[in-house]
Design a protein around this ligand. Structure first.
Ligand code: CU
Length: 159
């Protein structure tokens, strides 16, 4: 009976540990676009993005002077050619100066500044590749480990 309760305690502890680890992994990261420089002219955003891992659930944070810049999410073709979306379609433009964009889906996303030649000539274009959440794959490996732990516990009890 004593070995049963200690095994149960061991499995419970393991389960708690797994849940804690899972929640830290699942926590969304904020990516401050351009770091301290923010969203501005003459900054290499492809260099900046290259060193980051963007995961579904993370946020992109655009900090900028909203009298000089804004943020448009565009498609790949518009990104390449720096085509600014029709200004009558104003709901596509973000202009608060502190915009937080949640990366809800995986795949490529493109952002440009809609002010004059900022995208075309001054480098205000950002492309990110969003990868699937790590939590879902980790969850299955965690439950597998729990299963193994439960089996070991059962084996201990039967001895
Ligand atoms: Cu701009």
């Amino acid at each position: 009976m004593a070995s049963f309760s200690s095994a149960t305690a061991g499995v419970s502890l393991l389960a708690i540990f797994m849940v804690l680890q899972l929640s830290s992994v699942a926590m969304a990261a904020d990516h401050i676009v351009g770091g301290d420089k923010g969203w501005t002219t003459n900054f290499n955003y492809s260099e900046w993005a290259k060193d980051q891992v963007f995961v579904v659930g993370d946020n992109l944070v655009f900090n900028y002077n909203n009298t000089k810049h804004n943020v448009f999410q565009v498609n790949g073709t518009m990104f390449q050619s720096c085509t600014i979306p029709d200004s009558s379609n104003s709901n596509q433009s973000l202009s608060s100066g502190h915009d937080v964009i949640r990366l809800d889906t995986e795949g490529k996303k493109w952002y440009i500044c809609g002010f004059s030649n900022h995208c075309r000539d001054l480098g205000m274009k950002l492309s990110v590749n969003v990868t699937p959440s790590a939590a879902s794959s980790l969850l299955s490996s965690a439950s597998l480990l729990l299963l193994v732990a439960a089996m070991l516990a059962t084996a201990t009890i039967s001895i």
